[in-house]
Design a protein around this ligand. Sequence first.
Ligand code: NIG
Ligand code: FE
Length: 417
Amino acid sequence: MSLLLTNIKELVHVEEVASKWKAGHDMKDIQILNEAYLLMKDGLIEDFGLMKDFSETLITDTDELLEIDCTGKCVFPSFCDSHTHIVYPKSREEEFVDKINGLSYEEIARRGGGILNSARAIQEMIEDELFESAVERVSEMIAMGTGAIEIKSGYGLNTESELKMLRVIKRLKAEMPVEIKATFLGAHSIPMEYRGKQSEYVDLVINEMLPKVAEEQLADYVDVFCDQGFFTVEDTDRILEAAAKYGMRPKIHANELGLTGGIQVGVKYNALSVDHLEFVGEEEIATLKDSETMPTVLPGAAFFLEMKLSPVREMIEAGLPVALASDYNPGSSPSGNMKFIQSLGCIKYKMLPEEVIAATTTNTAYAMDLSATHGSIAKGKVANVFITREISGYKFMPYAYGSDLIDTVILKGQIVE
Ligand code: NIG
Ligand code: FE
């Protein structure tokens, strides 16, 4: 089956050759075609170009051709969201109120709230209920233009519940039309019963959880919340070393609460990404420069918790790539709206509209090992795109931060109803 989009006002982020990532000054070099067409066939991008160059001979299977006239509308590659925690038991708006009343995220966590609050609730939930609530969130994200999602465990914090979460992610992979990657985050918080004997919990993660996760092939990656008050660099080093034996590459939470050495230990184990990065100095930038690790900033969490902002401009000026993901989770970022993440990138981090496009597509695709198949409009890539309503142009997307501008979502060459 073929799907042809014609008269596209702006076909955004096309590439002749798919790039691995967009770094430094290249981040703002996004190619845009005005008055364009896009042809998708059997789930892949078959061809694109200017309307004036369009030839009917491109279409080979006329029996199964659907044509959509996109006059006045823009077409974008779907967002790739490389950092989420969307399998969770329930929302946590009571903590939202605690924060309004002056408690910090770390204070809430110390009192047994935060991640431990979700971990308690998850014990009670059966897999089906967790699955159904996650399906709703994934569906909401799809409607907001996302076509690839990384999902972490980390609200289990014991072997049984961590496996339960990862099995839910496995079902989502099989049943949802988006591309999904799974990350094992057993070391997300230290359970109350392990307070004061943290290394014993790290032992449990390494000796009991990891082997089971690997045996059932439940995770593509491994994550650790390496930060002040959570897991140390030594804990992280041990977990990443153990995970490497199972071929799991790290994608870790690092440098959200301090200059803790998280970036360095991530790079040491060739992390695919290091995420959060509110605290980044010259040393961290130098470490990232010589690496294959994607620096990933989570503007939703910084906005929701009113944290210090990551030095995104410095990283880009230093020639690094930067990715922006949602961190969708019930505690620090209760939204998977990647268009709003783009707006935050522009407004708070002084990124250009072109840079936030690169940061939420190609660079987040790289952070899930997907930049060969997702994250831009290139021949042979998976046909994941969305059509906007009639808008003035691509810059209107991050500018109109509160408007829903998506008209039609297409995943694997099929319209999602
Ligand atoms: O990425 N920083 C650590 N973990 C999550 C928060 C999870 C939660 O509070 O439930 C984050 O912000
Ligand atoms: Fe997170």
